[in-house]
Design a protein around this ligand. Structure first.
Ligand SMILES: Cc1ncc(COP(=O)(O)O)c(C=O)c1O
Length: 355
C-alpha cells in the first residue's frame, strides 16, 4: 500500500479517482467528459453543483460569489491588487513565507505593499501576532497555511480593513467563518481537487471600486457575470473538484473532516515530540494541521530514514529545500492509517538507533 504524504498536487480519495476515470470513458451517452462542450446543460450542472457545494461546505453567506478560475493561486497574487487597489493606495501584507512574498511582489504593479510583520528572521517558524494594520490600507492580506514551513494561522487580527486570504493549503480542512473575510482564494490542488482550477470566494460589495483598467480575463466582475464560464473553463478539473467536494459532503462536511485532521495531526506531533531522534521545526501554537514539518537531531540519519520510509510505501515526505528534513502533508483524503504507518516507522527507526 502507498501512503501519499505529498504537499500538492496531493492525495485525493480513491473513489474520486474511480468516478473521474469512468467519466473520461463515458460521462453522458457514451461521450467523455473530455470531449463535451462546456455549454452543455450537463456541464453547466457540474459548475452549478460545484459552486453550491463550496457554499454549503463553507457556509458562505449571502452577498458572496464563488468562482472557479484558472492561473493558480499565483495569478490571484496579481488579480487581488489589480481588482482591489488603485494607484497610490497601500495594501497591508503579513509576511509568513515564500507564498506571501510572491503575493507581495505583485502589488508594486498596482500600488504599494506595507508589511505589517514578518517572521523571516526565524525562517518563518512562527506566525507573527502583535502587529497593527493601518486603517487606511485598501486590504490586509494573509496566508492561512504556510505549506512550506508548516505554520497555520488559527486566528485573524481584529481590524476594520477588508481581509484577503490565500487559503490554498488549508481550505476545506477546518471550519472557518467566511463572513470575516472579504476575499478568499485557493489553488485547488490540495483539498479541493486536482490542479488546474482556483477557487475564489469574494464579497461582491468590495468589487468595482478600483480606478484600474482591468483586462476582462483578470476582472472578477467579468467572471461573476459569466458564471465562471467567461471563457472555456478547465472542465475536467472542475468536474473532479465537484466529485471531491461531494465526497467531503458525504463524510459529514468540513466539521467532521476537521475532527479527523486534528486527530491525524495530534498523532504525528505527539510522536515527533516523544521520539528522541526527531524534532518539530515550528512554534507549537502555530503548528499546521496540514503540513507537518520536522527534522532529525542527527542530520546524518535523515537520508536513512527517508530510504526506510520510501521502502515502506511512504511517499513525498522529503522537506522543502528551505526547511530541510521532512514534511508530511496530511490533507483531507489521507487516512489515519497512513499516519499510523509513518509513526510506526519512526518508532522502529528510533529503536534501531537509540544508544
Ligand atoms: C499557500 C500557497 N499559496 C500559493 C501557492 C501557489 O499555488 P499555484 O501553484 O496554484 O499558483 C501554493 C502552492 O503550493 C501554496 O501552497
Amino acid at each position: 500500500m502507498r501512503h501519499n504524504f505529498g504537499a500538492g498536487p496531493c492525495i485525493l480519495p480513491q473513489e474520486v479517482f474511480r468516478q473521474a476515470s469512468q467519466a473520461v470513458l463515458d460521462f453522458k451517452d457514451g461521450l467523455s467528459i473530455l470531449e463535451i462542450s462546456h455549454r452543455t446543460p450537463e456541464f453547466e450542472a457540474v459548475v452549478t453543483e460545484a459552486v453550491k457545494l463550496v457554499k454549503e461546505l463553507l457556509n458562505v453567506p449571502e452577498g458572496y460569489s464563488v468562482l472557479f478560475l484558472q492561473g493558480g493561486a499565483s495569478l490571484q497574487f496579481a488579480m487581488v491588487p489589480m481588482n482591489l487597489l488603485s494607484e497610490g493606495q497601500t495594501a497591508s501584507y503579513l509576511d509568513t513565507g515564500v507564498w506571501a512574498n510572491k503575493a507581495i511582489k505583485e502589488v508594486k504593479y498596482f500600488g504599494n505593499a506595507h508589511i505589517v510583520a514578518s517572521s523571516k528572521d526565524a525562517n518563518y517558524t512562527f506566525i507573527p501576532k502583535d502587529y497593527s494594520i493601518p486603517e487606511d490600507s485598501a486590504y490586509f492580506h494573509c496566508t492561512s497555511n504556510n505549506t512550506i514551513y508548516g505554520t497555520e494561522m488559527f486566528s485573524l487580527p481584529e481590524t476594520n480593513v477588508p481581509i484577503v486570504c490565500d487559503m490554498s493549503s488549508d481550505i476545506m480542512s477546518r471550519v472557518i467563518d467566511v463572513s470575516k473575510y472579504d476575499l478568499i482564494y485557493a489553488g485547488a490542488q490540495k483539498n479541493i481537487g486536482p490542479a488546474g482550477t482556483t477557487v475564489v470566494i469574494v464579497k461582491d460589495e468590495i468589487l468595482g471600486k478600483t480606478t484600474n483598467k482591468i483586462p476582462s480575463m483578470l476582472d472578477y466582475t467579468q467572471h461573476i457575470g459569466g458564471g465562471s464560464m467567461y471563457n472555456t473553463p478547465p472542465v475536467f478539473s472542475i468536474y473532479v473538484a465537484m466529485l471531491n467536494l461531494r465526497w467531503l459532503k458525504s463524510k459529514g462536511g468540513v466539521a467532521e473532516i476537521e475532527k479527523e485532521n486534528i486527530a491525524k495531526a495530534r498523532t504525528l506531533y505527539t510522536e515527533i515530540d516523544r521520539n528522541p531522534l526527531f524534532k518539530g521545526t515550528c512554534a507549537v501554537e502555530d503548528r499546521s494541521r496540514m503540513n507537518v514539518c520536522f527534522v532529525m537531531e542527527d542530520k546524518e540519519l535523515e537520508k536513512e530514514f527517508l530510504k526506510l520510509a520510501e521502502e515502506n510505501g511512504i511517499e513525498g515526505i522529503k522537506g522543502h529545500r528551505s526547511v530541510g528534513g521532512f514534511r508530511a502533508s496530511i490533507y483531507n483524503a489521507l487516512s489515519i492509517t497512513s499516519v499510523h504507518r509513518l509513526v510506526e516507522l519512526m518508532q522502529i527507526f528510533a529503536e534501531k538507533h537509540q544508544k
